[in-house]
Design a binder for this molecule. Structure first.
Ligand code: ATP
Ligand code: MG
Length: 386
């Protein structure tokens, strides 16, 4: 019988919290595989998925590869833990003109032959059957694993497929991702979700300065993230008035700093209302004027209680782009629709804003009213995969 063996990594580190983590992971696996026919078992410390149809196999594997907290998986054959049955299965693996080794693990000590001896015996049979094969114990091209378990079953496999790693979604609370149409913020969302954080998202748009297509683009990006996180509540807020007012009343070079401070205030209010524990952004140190240490300090200064998590802070653009390609958001992110941050963009934004001066510029605005206005414009969409 074909089965899929699942392995998790860091969960082992979690001591008495481990049960909660495991249950969360199992729930997430079931949610991810919704609509598929399969049996899920946890037996003797292993997760085993079985009873799926042959044509569903590759689809199920692709879905499992998107479950955070899973470390790796193997497609294996389950047979009765009898020498002859195991041998037959092992001999089906093609080792012609290749180096290999056989690795036997025996949880069931009642199995009549020791792991070492059995590995040797199987190895000899593989050598005889496969022309041009040779044993290499230290650096083989192929490893044949034979895992003999206490349930009197043996699992035979030769490939280990890497999964996402990270922590089960939902085991690290819930955050509000500031989602622009750019490359960095979807990556930031993905990285935090990978550490177990569920996501809601907030997008500011400046219609009619930015086109409705910019909004569509953000919806597409959120949907791409749903491949990993299932669903996203997307808060869409109009930023037009804010930008017009800053443009009218404040010195041009402070435009971006003040915009970002208002974004943060709105974000914190939405966090409070939706029970979200942190604000997530795609900022990367020094990438642009608004992402210097001083800029981020003056942006963060308006927050009363929520932390800002910036998982891309120490990443080069190249590395962020590589992740974006990996999670398939890149092609959408580079579509040319304007982001609200490009409206009224100053020629020389202030690179190291001084808090007192920023506050002075802000004193020409009715901040509370602007924040309320943003919240009043809020539109909520529930984004799912379909
Ligand atoms: P990105 O590629 O994520 O757009 P960026 O390099 O263009 O980032 P900025 O435009 O300075 O950088 O934005 C920094 C961060 O602020 C973004 O990563 C995002 O988290 C947030 N942000 C920017 N614009 C918006 C927006 N219109 N709506 C929501 N969040 C935004
Ligand atoms: Mg941007």
């Amino acid at each position: 019988m074909r089965v899929i063996l699942l392995r998790f990594g860091e969960l082992y580190l979690k001591g008495h919290n481990r049960n909660i983590f495991e249950n969360t992971l199992i729930d997430n696996i079931r949610t991810m595989l919704k609509g598929e026919d399969f049996k899920f078992e946890k037996t003797f410390g292993r997760y085993v998925i079985s009873n799926f149809s042959q044509d569903a196999e590759s689809r199920i594997v692709l879905k499992l590869q998107k479950v955070f907290g899973l470390y790796s998986l193997s497609i294996a054959t389950e047979v009765d833990a009898k020498e002859q049955d195991i041998l037959e299965e092992v001999l089906k693996i093609d080792c012609r003109n290749n180096t290999f080794k056989v690795f036997v693990k025996r949880a069931d000590k009642a199995f009549p032959i020791s792991s070492m001896d059995f590995a040797k015996k199987l190895g000899e049979e593989v050598l005889n059957k496969n022309e041009g094969s040779s044993v290499d114990l230290y650096n083989p091209n192929k490893t044949i694993y034979v895992d003999i378990r206490l349930n009197k079953k043996a699992y035979i496999f030769s490939d280990i497929i890497k999964c996402q790693g990270g922590l089960p979604l939902g085991s690290s609370g819930k955050g509000l991702l500031l989602l622009s149409g750019g490359i960095d913020s979807p990556v930031a969302g993905y990285l935090m979700a990978k550490r177990g954080m569920k996501l809601e998202a907030l997008h500011f748009y400046s219609y009619p300065y930015t086109s409705l297509l910019a909004k569509e683009k953000v919806i597409t990006l959120a949907r791409k993230l749903c491949e990993y996180v299932g669903e996203i509540k997307l808060h869409i807020v109009s930023f037009t008035t804010v930008q017009e007012e800053i443009h009218k009343h404040c010195r041009e070079e402070y435009m971006i700093t003040i915009m970002r401070r208002i974004m943060m205030r709105v974000a914190e209010k939405i966090c409070d209302k939706n029970d979200l524990g942190a604000i997530l952004t795609g900022e990367s140190l020094g990438q642009v004027a608004s992402q210097t240490m001083q800029s981020m300090t003056s942006t963060e200064n308006v927050l009363e209680k929520k932390p800002v998590f910036r998982p891309c802070i120490a990443m080069d653009k190249e590395d962020i782009m590589a992740v974006a390609k990996n999670i398939d958001t890149y092609e959408t992110s580079i579509l040319p629709y304007e982001d609200c941050c490009t409206v009224f963009l100053p020629k020389n934004p202030i690179i190291k804003p001084i808090l007192e001066k920023v506050e002075h510029e802000e004193s020409f605005l009715d901040i509370d009213k602007l924040v309320e206005g943003c919240l009043g414009s809020e539109e909520i969409m529930r984004i799912t995969l379909n």
